[in-house]
Ligand binder design. Structure first.
Ligand SMILES: *Cc1c(COP(=O)(O)O)cnc(C)c1O
Length: 456
């Protein structure tokens, strides 16, 4: 059994917690984000042995490194087997440039990877103490549907999801509203920011303190550890068996939870040569990378890679903490991180909507590679990096771009650019016939509060 990992808050004003308490708390009381105080290490030998393993077996080993003091190995094995019962295809495109498709889970976005493992972990800890939890989540689409599907039917957990009535696609909505059981969905006549503000207000509302509320947004530490696993998996599958060669990952980024998973994988020992951090026109991080000046973008810019329309990434405080700095929840830097080392490890670059569309077209014409807008931002980012760091473009270099959603989730855009209608993955096939249940409220906190007190 390895030594237990403790979790500190990025604002440094909360006592360290174990994983269970950090997971069930969500955001630290000082408004910081929980971070592991040390990152456990995988030896080269362990990494090499993984080349023959299934995804869930790798998840089991990585999970044990963090959790062996808190969960028996056999329980953890059950959890990862249930969570990861789908494929994780890695496609070679040209030379040793690959696309890893993280879109085969039940809601066809990479958020399934984190949501499923987090849901089972929460259920495990809650059932030990016979406790219940009410998860409140505001969503602009993908998080809500991934959480709804991952938490559907779990014991001891109820979920209430708020979404902006006019801002999610029909398909995204149906992924949330056709489930029922422990999942309640509230349609808000407002914007995503209004939904998020209501959730925050409920957490702070003393009159609701009897409700055992927590969050499942990307601030929860329970989402980060699962997101390190696919980086380790990619390395295990692709690296030459007897070499210590480096790998590059291009990560389409919004709230930077995905990138944080990569940084943890690197911390665990995956020899990552570089991360390409690819954003859409919300370029606050590329600007920071270039200038050292961090400025949030308010309101965030609307781009076709809509899940990345973020003007102040919630995980930026964690990225800064990884490099020895302190950033608070508002984006104010209290201690500078090691920017030099950050620039060595990462190349942050912004991709416009025009470039995103061009890339969908070009990837298809040159390589029959079908990308949706988020993956296209990653693929373009990789090629912008090739122009900047020529050595990364050499044919022997191992480069992996993450594709974070299934192209069929964006039929309008793909049809307009390529004239084809991507085939729906099986999990989304029978959505259309199912009955929807949701409750509609005005953009008014008192209505939301009334709903909570009436229903929970
Ligand atoms: C959430 C999301 C992203 C961004 O991931 P972050 O962890 O927020 O950086 C990218 N692509 C898709 C499809 C997403 O749903």
């Amino acid at each position: 059994m390895s030594e237990p990992v403790q979790y500190y808050s990025t604002n440094l004003k909360t006592e360290k917690l174990n994983f269970r308490d950090a997971l069930l708390t969500g955001q630290a009381p000082d408004r910081g984000l929980f971070m592991p105080s040390k990152i456990p290490v995988l030896s080269r030998e362990e990494l090499r042995e993984m080349s023959k393993m299934q995804y869930y077996e790798i998840a089991h080993i990585v999970g044990q490194k963090f959790l062996s003091a808190e969960i028996p190995s056999s329980e953890l094995l059950n959890i990862v087997q249930d969570a990861y019962n789908f494929h994780v295809p890695i496609e070679r495109v040209y030379n040793r440039n690959y696309v890893m498709r993280l879109d085969q889970g039940p809601t066809a976005s990479f958020k399934d990877f984190a949501a499923r493992m987090m849901g089972y972990l929460m259920q495990y800890f809650l059932s030990l103490e016979n406790r219940e939890l009410l998860i409140l989540t505001a969503t602009s689409g993908d998080t809500g549907s991934a959480i709804a599907n991952a938490f559907y039917g779990l014991d001891n957990i109820k979920v209430a999801i708020l979404y902006p009535k006019e801002e999610v696609t029909e398909r995204q909505r149906k992924q949330m509203t056709t489930l029922d059981k422990n999942i309640r969905v509230i349609s808000v006549k407002g914007k995503f920011d209004d939904c998020q503000a209501m959730v925050k207000k409920a957490f702070a509302d003393k009159n609701l303190s009897s409700l055992p509320m927590s969050s499942a947004n990307s601030i929860n530490i329970g989402r980060l550890i699962p997101q390190s696993i696919y980086y380790i998996y990619a390395y295990a599958m692709l690296a030459g068996e007897n070499s210590d060669e480096g790998i590059l990952f291009s990560v389409p980024s919004g709230n930077f939870g995905d990138l944080m998973g990569g940084l943890i994988a690197k911390g665990m020992g995956v020899p990552v040569r570089r991360f390409v951090v690819a954003t859409n026109e919300n370029d606050e991080v590329p600007v920071y990378w270039q200038t050292g000046q961090y400025r949030t973008i308010v309101p965030s810019r609307n781009c076709i890679s809509s899940a990345m329309n973020v003007g102040h990434p919630s995980n930026m405080a964690r990225v800064v903490a990884m490099y020895g700095g302190v950033m608070d929840e508002k984006g104010v830097i209290h201690k500078e991180p090691d920017l030099k080392r950050m620039r060595e490890d990462m190349y942050a670059v912004s991709v416009s909507d025009k470039e995103t569309r061009e890339t969908i077209r070009k990837a298809w014409d040159s390589h029959q590679l079908l990308l949706e807008p988020h993956g296209a931002v990653g693929w373009r980012g990789l090629h912008k990096n090739f122009d900047f760091h020529h050595e990364d473009a050499l044919p022997q270099q191992l480069n992996v771009c993450l594709e974070t959603a299934h192209p069929a989730k964006f039929p309008g855009e793909i049809k307009e650019i390529l004239g084809i209608d991507p085939e729906l993955p099986e999990s989304l096939h029978d959505l259309d016939g199912r009955e929807e249940t949701f409750y509609t409220i005005n953009n008014d906190y008192s209505e939301f509060k009334q709903y909570l007190t009436d229903n929970y």
